[in-house]
Write a protein that binds this ligand. Structure first.
Ligand SMILES: C[S@@+](CC[C@H](N)C(=O)[O-])C[C@H]1O[C@@H](n2cnc3c(N)ncnc32)[C@H](O)[C@@H]1O
Length: 309
């Protein structure tokens, strides 16, 4: 898989911005925390709770954090409420406006703020940190066309040794394959290609150009800057996010499966087989080599080039 040209990357940013902008208004009603009215998603609620527990364990109390693909701000606001200070970035200005409105309603603007920016353009961020940790949840980085530049930009913003937690949509999902074999409908299995294709782009119900990763292919662009610390399936034995209504319909059954999920998610033969994998990477101080630096002839991004971003 070769790196895309600069103009293809800009085009992809425009597509992502437009598609996620359109989804922003209804995002919380469908994928937000479950409400007594039936709105929101119990599966997403469960995933966020488990993800937040991992983040709390890793990040020092009160640290400054970066939320990459912050959406409507659910996780950033939860962490801000626990004493962290959080900067969320998101490619969609409409998502950013939703998150800012929620921060204002909860009176949290001093602890949390949001900016419209693609993940691959962190070098353009005014706030230079340094940050004590970062995370990107729900497959945000599966749509980022410039992972090498993202890895370099993130490295420049984090303190030495800081953790970065990435929740990435996997190339293979055991739940999905077994379910469709059992139903004798293998054709309904989501095509999880390792090359760019238009498909389901994570919660939000958005179709966009997406790449799926194995832990090994995802870790590659991070190699000069981060060390992989752990990988687990996330989730393993619960439905993939695009089948979240299945979880709603049979929550009691899936709650029983959660114990198996927790037990098996880190097993070597299984950790690459969830809907997502959760990878913890550790900032390594100086970059291993300077290969990710601009070479003669490279097009270096500038504020003008990325226009609104
Ligand atoms: C699936 S949503 C997850 C939102 C949030 N983290 C949550 O847990 O609800 C993905 C978010 O990432 C944003 N996004 C997608 N690709 C991005 C990129 N390349 N750079 C920055 N944000 C991106 C989308 O606009 C969307 O708000």
């Amino acid at each position: 898989m070769t790196q895309q040209s600069d103009s293809a990357i800009l085009q992809q940013y425009k597509t992502l911005e437009a598609r996620f902008d359109r989804a922003a208004q209804m995002y919380d009603a469908t994928y937000g925390p479950p409400q007594p009215t039936g709105q929101g998603s119990p599966l997403l609620g469960w995933l966020r709770e488990r993800h937040l527990a991992v983040l709390r364990d890793l990040f020092p109390a009160g640290a400054a954090l970066l939320d990459i693909g912050s959406g409507t701000g659910e996780e950033a606001l939860a962490l801000a409420g626990e004493g962290y200070s959080v900067l969320g970035i998101d490619i969609s200005p409409a998502m950013v406006r939703q998150a800012q409105t929620k921060a204002a309603v909860y009176g949290m603007q001093r602890r949390v703020s949001f900016r419209a920016l693609p993940a691959g353009r962190l070098a353009l961020l005014d706030e230079r940190g340094p940050f004590g940790g970062a995370y990107a949840s729900q497959g945000t980085l599966n749509t980022e066309p410039d992972l090498p530049r993202f890895a370099e930009g993130l490295h420049n913003l984090l303190v030495n040794g800081a953790p970065f937690v990435a929740m990435v949509m996997s190339r293979h999902c055991a739940f999905e394959i077994l379910r469709n074999l059992r139903r004798r409908k293998p054709d309904e299995t989501l095509k999880r290609s390792d090359d760019w294709q238009e498909t389901w782009a994570g919660s939000g119900g958005v179709t966009a150009p997406v790449r799926f990763y194995t832990p090994r292919t995802f870790a590659q662009p991070f190699k000069p800057y981060f060390k992989v610390e752990s990988v687990r399936a996330f989730p393993l034995w619960l439905p993939p996010v695009y089948l979240h209504d299945l979880y709603r319909q049979d929550a009691a059954r899936f709650q029983r499966w959660e114990a198996w999920d927790r037990r098996m998610c880190g097993w070597p033969g299984f950790r690459a087989w969830g809907d997502h994998f959760l990878m913890v990477l550790r900032h390594t101080g100086q970059p291993e080599s300077q290969t990710a630096e601009a070479q003669p002839g490279d097009v270096v991004p500038t504020a003008e080039k990325v226009e609104n971003h």
